[in-house]
Ligand binder design. Structure first.
Ligand SMILES: Nc1ncnc2c1ncn2[C@@H]1O[C@H](COP(=O)(O)OP(=O)(O)OP(=O)(O)O)[C@@H](O)[C@H]1O
Ligand SMILES: [Mg+2]
Length: 233
């Protein structure tokens, strides 16, 4: 469970201060898929980076299973079971996808076991397992492999920033099946199908919470918020 209490995030904008997130209070439960949605620039990625510790709040507190993690580093949070998949994956040259899966899961996986992680995200594993995770992979392939690496970490709280970005619809159907019981999932998304799959939805608008609740209820109001990137497909 993640709890955010009075989270503010401000940055220097010339000689002025710009508030990116303002007084965010919410709880992301275990055994729950919470989707975060809202217009471009509303603060979704910023919020998830704060939870992972990639950036630090200007004020407010972040709790993970009731432990204050506000001052903990990314590494410390990762060791506690927080896992993060970037909106734009970071690639590495000179290291194979199998090696990366072993690092992520912290074990020397058999080939079938390593392939399982790739199959979960719709990748024909045998074609990729010995490839390097580099820019020769297509954007959608990079994104899916990043998701597989995130799953291999077996976190207790897993954060995906736009997992559907660049993913074709066939594979996207499989993405809906990656959620397992007992885990706290926080998923930034604009995709109607993912929002419908979510248990709860948090809507951000200009750095503030516009709505937060059971997904079926929040979805009823989404079109009136003019979340223009929420697609109907
Ligand atoms: N370090 C920074 N310096 C300047 N502006 C920033 C910084 N970090 C975030 N912002 C601004 O904060 C706002 C929120 O950014 P964020 O990346 O969280 O948006 P988002 O909701 O994830 O958008 P998208 O849907 O496009 O991914 C944007 O206007 C962005 O330009
Ligand atoms: Mg973003």
């Amino acid at each position: 469970m993640i709890e955010l209490k009075h989270i503010y995030y401000t940055i220097k904008d010339g000689d002025k201060e710009k508030t990116i997130l303002e007084d965010i209070n919410c709880i992301f439960d275990d055994d729950c898929v919470t989707a975060i949605t809202g217009q471009n620039g509303s603060g979704k990625s910023t919020l998830t980076k704060l939870i992972m510790g990639i950036i630090n709040p200007t004020s407010g507190k972040i709790y993970f299973n009731n432990i204050d993690i506000t001052d903990k580093s990314v590494d410390e949070r990762a060791k506690m079971g927080l896992t993060y998949a970037f909106q734009q994956p970071i690639t590495f040259r000179g290291i194979t996808i199998k090696e990366l899966i072993d690092i992520a899961s912290n074990e020397d996986n058999s080939i079938p076991k390593a392939c399982e992680y790739l199959s979960k995200v719709g990748i024909c594993a045998k074609d990729y397992i010995n490839r390097e995770f580099d820019k020769t992979l297509s954007g959608g392939e990079q994104k899916r492999i990043e998701l597989a690496l995130t799953l291999a970490k077996c976190g207790k709280c897993i954060i995906f920033d736009e997992p559907e970005a660049g993913i074709d619809l066939w594979s996207f159907e499989r993405l809906n099946n990656i959620f397992e019981k007992g885990i706290c999932y926080i998923v930034v998304s604009h995709q109607t199908r993912l929002l419908e799959r979510a248990d709860k939805i948090l809507v951000l608008d200009k750095g503030k919470i516009k709505n937060y609740g059971i997904s079926a209820e929040v979805i009823k109001h989404l079109s009136s918020y003019q979340c223009k990137r929420v697609s109907e497909d």
